[in-house]
Design a protein around this ligand. Sequence first.
Ligand code: NAD
Length: 359
Amino acid sequence: MTTFTEMSAMGHEQVVFCRNDEVGLRAIIAIHDTTLGPALGGLRLYDYANEANALTDALRLSRGMTYKAAVAGLDLGGGKAVIMGDPSIKSEALFRSFGRYVESLNGRYITAEDMNTTVEDMNAISRETEWVMGGGVYQGGLGDPSPVTAWGVFQGVRACLEVVYGSPDVAGRTIAIQGVGNVGYHLARYAHERGAKLLFTDISERKLKRCVEEFGGSVVEDDDYYGTECDVLAPCAIGGILNKRTIPKIRAPIIAGGANNQLDSEDRDGEMIAEAGLVYAPDYVINAGGLIHVYAELKGFPEEKAMSDASLIFDTVKRVINKAKAQGITTTEASNQVAEERMEQVARLRRLHLPSMSS
Ligand code: NAD
């Protein structure tokens, strides 16, 4: 498949290949769709086996960002960038060189942190371009997005509880969190403060200990996690964990957590979950708080505004679940439709305001 064929199959507007041998830069910037606003999406540093894999990743991730921004109601399009290589290639020169490519796009693409890139890397990029978010607090950024992400996830959990039990109240409900890192920890905190019972699993004994000490609750072994008797499974660690091996074990009526790419296969596993009668909050809908946080930084909004915008995830998750039920489709299909409807509406609205050729 040629790059143009791949781009048109997935609906991309623009792909930029960036090379600077002197600093070891081989990067791809994928701009999926700018209907709603500039294409925003993180910069991933990864040692791809080959160029084709890097391109496919950039195309897939940038399209995901378009949908995430659209469902969250943000005036942002979808983009993503990848640099080929392992973290040993990092240098100020590498990121500044990448920053010059970002600058050349004049705001069509805005970059931020992603896998293997840090606040320091964003600060290096910011020496060459203003189109970079996720800088440290001392650089005028809002800092760690995870408390806002977790707040959005918490709202999504409440929405699912309301659909299943008729009340969003977490008091007395049991929530099993997989991965108590940045997002999982804050989710546990919000839920604990409102009276939820908590179960935790993680590969880090230290993080588990901290949660049990602060919030009570108990630890479940990873193998037992999926079959745990509880109200909500909240995956907040890694992707691909909802698959044909794990889904049949699930006894919780709700799956609502912050991890990205939870479904191993979007169609097959989404349908398997729906057929089992489980309520699944699509990951990119429920974890949009991170993007909302970056958007607030872009707009110069305070952290409180990001938190209140992330609260709207409650309504969005409910809308998506109800749409899926009404149409007999999966919640992911429903959220994709919500995103596409919004892009169509905005595109139509803009067409109405085009100057008429005859006047
Ligand atoms: P993190 O690295 O701080 O936390 C992940 C936790 O999962 C760690 O405690 C780790 O020990 C644990 N873990 C790793 N593998 C595991 C396994 N196999 N079983 C159980 N636990 C395991 O990361 P984070 O920032 O909290 O992000 C968690 C997830 O949420 C990721 O999928 C991330 O892409 C997604 N996400 C995060 C944000 C954000 O604002 N941080 C925003 C959107 C999405």
